[in-house]
Structures are given as C-alpha cells and as structure tokens.
Design a protein around this ligand. Structure first.
Ligand code: SF4
Length: 324
C-alpha cells in the first residue's frame, strides 16, 4: 500500500536483568513483546497504556533511540533497523520526537534561537540569515513571537516551553512526529491549547503523528486510530469511534471507565473496574498478561496467550472472549 508511512513488524525489546557478583544475566524484562502496526500518511495513531506498558520504549525504538531486540521498522520504504548510525542521523530529519517534559529536553543554557537552529545546522539547512528567518517564522507558527528567540527556556511557562519543543521538532519539516506524552506535564487548561496546536500543525504541514499517552481521554480528540498496550503487547487496535463506542478488550473497558467524568459518583464506581497493580514486566503472568486483573478471566486465560485478531473490519483484539 502506497499510503503507508510506517510499518512496524514483530517489534521486541527485551532488557537483560543482571545480578550477582559477576553481573551475569538472570532474566529479562520484555518491555515490548512482539508488536505490529502500521501508520498511514497524515494519520494520527494514539498509543495508550499505563506506565511500564512499553509505549514509550516503542516510540524510542522507532527512532532507534533504543535499539530493538528484534523486529522491523519500515519508515518511508526504508528498514530503519538496518541503517547505519550516519544513515539514521540523516533519516531523523524526517522523523522527530516531542517529549513529555519540555524543560528537561531543552538545554537551559541555550537561547530559543540556538535550540531551534540546532537541527538546521545538524542537517545542513540554510545559511545564517536563512536560519534566523526560519526560526522567527517557526516561533510565529507555534503561537510564540520572533522576539522570544533571544530568551532562555526558564523564561517561559510550561505550555510555552512545549510550544518550543514542538517548534524544534518541526524545524526540519519532518514527515512523522512521535509525541511522547506531550501534554501530560501541563495544566488541564493548557493541554487543549497544545492539542489544538498539534492538530492545526498537522493540517498545515501534512504531518503524521504517533501520539503516546497514558489516558484514553487525552488521545480521543486527536487520534484517527488508537492502539492499547498492556505489559509490552498490543491488546486492542481500532479506529477511534469503534474503540471508544464499542471497546472489546476488558482492559480497554477499564481504561475508558477510568477517564474522568463530570459526575464524581460515576467516576468512583467505574474506577473500581481496574483493580490491582500492573504486574512486573520482569515476571509477567502466564497466558493473558491481564488475567490477574480481569473480571472476565476464564481457565484458558491463565495458560494460553491470546493473539491479536481482527474481529470487525479494522478492529483488532487479543482476548479469549472472542475466540469464536
Ligand atoms: Fe480477560 Fe481472558 Fe480476555 Fe485476558 S484473555 S482480557 S483474562 S477474558
């Protein structure tokens, strides 16, 4: 299919656990355990799950900020996992990342001009004057002003800093933006402004987004399709309407129930649906990894791992409830 920008095939990341006097490997954490999905050009794919589910590791592996243990990442018809470090640096012009904490990801000793100019210099874009003009234009594009270029990150609010983080990601005119919890650190009132900005930029620049979040409420508005991850695996993947209106996986039901609703009584009742803590990825439950928290658990769930299957057109789920 020509409209695919990204294909992820059987991606895995296993981190070794070392202990003892000689630091020998005693186990492994399957942070990402065999996930596959694709993203069309101009689409926004939301990836959602609790902390430790592997969503951020997945995002970083797509850019090879973390090396995959196995699997393939095909971006723009190139297998990212086979590229050399220098080829990878070149490719990063087309795939950029926006991080959760803009303050931690912006060098506090650099002016905004220097921060935004850096990707241009790395990729050899423009001369001094052209870069200055591009920085000024990008600041206006993300809702700041060209005079902000002389200031330092600490002189901005959290929302403004995230706008700078977004501006930096856009400087090289990438095709894909991987946004890792880009609004989680912001006040609720600011979150919608940043989400609206991301939507406007998508239209203006024809961007494709992978939007990582721990809350289904946050990605609802912005995502065309949503994938739900639990303990390193994709458990459900569907277009936004199907996922929110007809969720299939018990974990998705529970996550949706945990999305805050205006009536506090409803919220409390529904929150009880997701009981217990997320198990350790170093020692995941056998069978369906969710069975220790699932209200629908059956015998088969404790021994047999469910595979992701298409139940309706474009709606995939990994759960034994749908075996027939
Ligand atoms: Fe629950 Fe079984 Fe489905 Fe897992 S496979 S989510 S334990 S019903």
């Amino acid at each position: 299919m020509t409209d695919l920008l990204l294909q992820v095939e059987h991606l895995k990341k296993y981190f070794p656990i070392r202990s003892g006097l000689f630091g020998g490997q005693t186990g492994e954490v399957k942070a990402v355990d065999d996930i596959s999905f694709s993203v069309r050009k101009g689409e926004t794919l939301g990836i959602v799950g609790e902390s430790g589910c592997g969503k951020s590791t997945t995002g970083r592996m797509l850019m090879r900020l973390i090396e995959p243990t196995d699997g393939r990442v095909i971006f723009d018809n190139k297998d990212v996992t086979l590229l050399s470090q220098s080829e990878m640096r070149h490719l990063r012009r087309d795939m950029q990342m926006v991080f959760q904490d803009p303050y931690a990801s912006l060098n506090p000793r650099h002016t905004v001009k220097k921060i935004l100019e850096e990707p241009l210099i790395v990729h050899g874009i423009g001369d001094r004057n052209e870069r200055k003009k591009l920085v000024a234009e990008m600041l206006e594009t993300v809702g700041l002003s060209s005079y902000h270029a002389k200031r330092y990150p600490h002189q901005f609010s959290g929302g403004q800093r995230q706008r700078i983080g977004i501006a930096r990601a856009l400087m090289t005119k990438p095709k894909l933006i991987i946004a890792d919890e880009p609004v989680s650190a912001l006040d609720v009132s600011i979150q919608s402004q940043v989400l609206n900005l991301l939507e406007d930029l998508q239209k203006e620049f024809g961007l494709t987004y992978i939007f990582i979040a721990h809350d289904l409420g946050v990605v609802r508005h912005i995502s065309d399709r949503v994938g739900v991850m639990y303990l390193g695996r994709l458990v459900e993947l569907a277009d936004g309407d199907s996922l929110y209106d007809e969720p299939l996986h018990p974990y998705t039901h529970a996550l949706l129930a945990a999305v805050p609703v205006p009536d506090p009584t409803i919220k409390r009742e529904k929150k009880e649906l997701l009981g217990g803590d997320i198990p350790s990825p170093a020692n995941p439950p056998l069978g369906c990894a969710f069975h220790t928290r699932c209200k629908e658990c059956m015998n088969i769930c404790t021994t047999v791992k469910p595979q992701l299957k298409e139940m309706k057109k474009g709606h995939f789920v990994a759960c034994h409830l749908y075996n027939d």
